[in-house]
Design a protein around this ligand. Structure first.
Ligand code: RRO
Length: 309
């Protein structure tokens, strides 16, 4: 069965990617050797988000397990743009799939540095803009405001001919409006959901468990919520949607495709089983064969019906 999809101008062999920051391909290569390259779980590899300058990340603890999910407050530890290009890019370029680099800045200028710094790197197939971040100039989370999202995309679009994917935060009332703004600003695709704002308490002290006080919830606990957001966004935009949020099986992945995603990403599941992506892909093939309706189930269902929330 031909499972190939075209996302943001990239032809991918199948529709299963990784969620940014959930699969360390360089560590996996060390652990599994070249066997990893022979059966790479994903059709494109999305890097952990990088920032212009190196960051150490948040104080520990950084992870808290919840029923059917996990909260992380990793806090963007990374080597910075120069460190990434010098130390990680050569190894990531050896992967057998297109490389999508996730970037985050706290101002247009910082985002521009990242986009311009990667624009000429032939190892990089596309950029994912992580817009779940505050803009230090306005104090607003870029991805929570359509106007902020539009002005960022408009500032970045002329800086690169590489495809740009806007990674949306789910912590908004109307993700469709933010997605439309990204599309209007020149995004080639959107991906969602990033993690949901969440906190956890130390049961003894009843003080926040995580060093940073709060973090982002992911895993199967958020799947129905993510599915609803992907459905809304797919109905709101014409550009491709990469859906994610608690996908653990081929049936889960098929659900996201059924509500209008063109591709899906496996995230938290890879922490437990680094080969979860391969299994999801194999199960998706079987599920599609059983569904018997060609590669993908069809256009997004109409939304707009009233909800109780
Ligand atoms: O590094 C993180 O703590 C982090 C990031 Br950049 C993100 O986009 N989403 C998330 O759950 N954690």
């Amino acid at each position: 069965m031909d499972l190939s999809v075209e996302i943001a101008g990239l032809r991918l062999e199948h529709p299963v990617l990784n969620g940014s920051g959930t699969f360390d391909a360089i560590a996996a290569r060390r652990a599994f050797g070249d066997a990893l390259l022979d059966d790479f779980p994903f059709s494109a590899f999305v890097s952990k988000t990088i920032t212009p300058e190196p960051r150490v990340g948040n104080p520990p603890p950084r992870i808290f397990e919840t029923p059917s999910g996990m909260i992380n407050s990793i806090g963007l530890p990374n080597k910075g743009l120069a460190g990434f290009c010098d130390q990680d890019l050569p190894a990531l370029a050896e992967l057998p799939v297109p490389l999508i680099v996730s970037v985050m800045g706290t101002s247009h200028e910082e985002f521009l540095r990242l986009v311009e710094g990667l624009a000429g790197r032939q190892e990089v197939a596309a950029l994912e803009l992580n817009i779940s971040c505050p803009n230090v100039e306005s104090g607003l989370i870029v991805g929570q405001r359509p106007s902020e999202t539009l002005s960022l995309l408009r500032a970045l679009r002329p800086a690169t001919s590489k495809p740009m994917i806007a990674k949306l935060t789910p912590n908004v009332a109307d993700p469709g409006a933010v997605a439309r703004a990204a599309e209007e600003g020149g995004a080639d695709a959107v991906s969602l959901v990033n993690t949901l704002e969440a906190t956890a308490l130390d049961p003894g002290s009843r003080r926040p468990w995580l060093g940073a006080g709060q973090g982002g919830l992911s895993g199967p606990a958020i799947r129905p919520f993510a599915l609803a957001q992907v459905r809304q966004v797919a109905a709101a935009v014409s550009i491709p949607v990469i859906g994610m949020g608690g996908i653990e099986s081929g049936a889960d992945a098929l659900g996201f495709l059924a509500v209008g995603a063109s591709a899906v990403a496996v995230g938290t599941a890879s922490f437990r089983d680094p080969m979860a992506g391969s299994r999801v892909r194999a199960e998706l093939v079987a599920a599609l064969a059983e569904a018997g309706s060609g590669p993908f189930p069809g256009p997004p269902a109409a939304v707009g019906e009233s909800t109780s929330t």
